[in-house]
Each structure stands twice: as C-alpha cells, then as structure tokens.
Design a protein around this ligand. Structure first.
Ligand code: AMP
Length: 114
C-alpha cells in the first residue's frame, strides 16, 4: 500500500526517477540523491511503513537488513566495511517518513556520528 505524497512510494511506483540498484523480496535499493559517502544507497520496503516505530513485523526488519547486506556485497563495500543507519523521527534526523536504511561506504566512517 502506498501513502499519498510519500516520495519513496512514488519511487517504488516509478512515478519519480531513481537509480535503482536492486529490487526483490518486497525491497528496493536505490542511490541517495544527496550522497554523504562514495557509496550511499537507501534500502526500503516497497510497501509503506512510516518509521521504525511503526514497523510491527520483526521479519520485515530482518529481511530489510539482510537485503542491505546483499546490496553492500554487490556494491563492493562488504569487505572493507560499511555503515547502516536508520534515522527515526525528528531527533533521529528522519526527513522522509518511509522506513529506510542508509547504506554508507567507500570511505572510513567516523564515530560518534553528528
Ligand atoms: P532521512 O533524513 O534519514 O529521512 O533520509 C532521507 C534521505 O532521502 C536523504 O539522505 C535524502 O538525500 C534522500 N532523498 C530524498 N529524496 C530523494 C530522492 N528523490 N531520491 C533519492 N534519495 C532521496
């Protein structure tokens, strides 16, 4: 089910363009339009879930994470390493309210995050 006005649902529906790198198993991975690392991909479920707080199905979360791992392998960053981030609600820095993982790689990450 898509949510009216959700940009990631529009990407799933092909209504706005995105550079898709992998799809399947109810998941989609595509390039972030404002990359923060040489590899910056977003991994989403194709049906609308607003945030981690709204994700009632633990299996969905497991599949999302496994999908991101496979995307990292295919992107060639698995061996050197990468980071997955899920921003949740305003204090977490979430700006798009469709559940997504950021997959960041291609450079060393720093800690703590900002
Ligand atoms: P967040 O701030 O965690 O909600 O992340 C939302 C991410 O979506 C940001 O990194 C944006 O750069 C990215 N983004 C927003 N619109 C698009 C789009 N049309 N295509 C690809 N990435 C997008």
């Amino acid at each position: 089910m898509s949510a009216a006005g959700c940009i990631f649902c529009k990407i799933v529906a092909g209504e706005i363009p995105a550079t898709v790198v992998r799809r399947g198993d109810g998941m989609l991975a595509f390039k972030d339009v404002n990359p923060q690392a040489p590899t910056h991909l977003l991994v989403i479920p194709t049906h609308h879930v607003a945030s981690l707080n709204d994700a009632k199905d633990p299996q969905l979360l497991g599949r999302l994470l496994g999908f991101a791992r496979d995307v990292a392998r295919d992107a060639g960053v698995a061996e050197r390493g990468y980071r997955v981030v899920m921003n949740t609600n305003p204090d977490g820095g979430q700006t798009v309210f469709h559940l997504h993982l950021h997959l960041l790689g291609g450079r060393p990450m720093t800690w703590p995050p900002g």
